[in-house]
Write a protein that binds this ligand. Structure first.
Ligand SMILES: [Zn+2]
Length: 69
């Protein structure tokens, strides 16, 4: 008998959001999102403080909240 639990680690693949300024729906793969936003993995420990810049209109988007699927 074994009570081994296998934990499946999920990694983010894509992000999807709508810019409040230009209304553009942005879908990007996660690596592109990081490089567009000048972020690296180590910045992501505290998601709620991460503001982003819309790649379409270049405006800074504050008060971003993150949802994980
Ligand atoms: Zn925009």
């Amino acid at each position: 008998m074994s009570n081994t639990v296998v934990t499946v680690i999920q990694a983010p693949i894509e992000v999807d959001y709508t810019c409040p300024y230009c209304g553009e729906n942005i879908t990007q793969c996660f690596d592109d999102f990081l490089s567009d936003q000048g972020l690296s993995w180590s910045d992501l420990s505290d998601w709620k403080y991460i503001d982003i810049t819309c790649p379409e209109c270049g405006k800074k988007i504050d008060d971003v909240s993150y949802e994980f699927d």
